[in-house]
Design a protein around this ligand. Structure first.
Ligand code: FE
Length: 257
């Protein structure tokens, strides 16, 4: 098995539609991150491709995964550096269009966008959109304030995978899928309580995604949630989670030293 193929995990493949996880290209101080590639017919898309340190590896793995398909889209769930920092490289070396919240259109160029590619960075309005990948309609769902104020998730109706960016993310674990939700919760709890903006946003999100038929919830960091029972456990846990501003009253005090 070659170096470039050993950590590509096929999550779904029906012959015409494929979803692949490029796992754990992070190293050192950088947080571990999952990259996902969706291929439908002759077109492909990468989700949250990551920053400069992993660019070469993710780029070659993506092209290996695409086979003969063409990279059509780069989906950026929000503006964090582990997601958007290498956007210029992706746009300069492909003909793809990158999509991110309209809130970040004037900020992402600060990572260095060449003027030749700026018009291929496209805005997503607050209500989300449907992205047409070679005839497959992928749903871009609002997930604002979870954690970024301009934040989207992506639902693939063919594989029934919901890609949730930082929501459902876990750190410090060495398994790829959650098998024991209660045991897994500590790996998510601190991050969600501090980074997610409020329970109000989580409740709106939970009400929206309960209308979808979800087989896997795939966050950008840590383990996946597979199967209706594990998906339900995660949505229910998030629905009831106090976080962000809900817990900040005591922090807004004048420091004494
Ligand atoms: Fe983030």
């Amino acid at each position: 098995m070659s170096e470039s193929s050993k950590d590509k995990i096929v999550l779904f493949d029906n012959g015409n539609h494929k979803v692949v996880l490029l796992e754990d290209h992070g190293s050192g101080a950088a947080v571990q991150a999952n990259q996902f590639v969706i291929v439908h017919g002759d077109q492909g898309m990468i989700l949250d491709p990551g920053g400069h340190k992993i660019y070469n590896k993710v780029f070659s793995d993506t092209h290996h995964t695409l086979g003969g398909a063409k990279l059509r889209y780069i989906f950026l769930s929000h503006q964090d550096p582990d997601i958007v920092a290498a956007t210029n490289g992706w746009l300069m070396t492909t003909d793809a269009e990158a999509y991110a919240s309209e809130l970040w259109m004037r900020f992402i160029p600060h990572f260095g966008l060449d003027h030749l590619v700026t018009e291929r960075l496209r805005p997503i309005a607050d209500g989300g959109m449907v992205m047409d990948l070679a005839g497959c309609g992928l749903l871009v769902l609002p997930a604002h304030f979870l954690h970024s104020c301009g934040n989207f998730h992506l639902y693939d109706p063919v594989s029934k995978i919901l890609f949730t960016g930082d929501l459902g993310a876990s750190v410090g674990i060495d398994y790829r899928e959650v098998s024991d939700f209660a045991a897994h919760m500590p790996a998510m709890e601190g991050f969600h309580r501090r980074y997610m903006a409020s329970n109000a946003a989580l409740k709106l999100w939970a009400n929206m995604v309960r209308q979808l038929d979800i087989e896997i919830i795939a966050p950008q960091h840590g383990a996946l949630f597979r199967g209706p029972e594990m998906v339900k456990r995660l949505i229910d846990w998030l629905d009831g989670l106090e976080c962000g501003i809900d817990r900040m009253a005591g922090v807004y005090t004048i420091p004494s030293s």
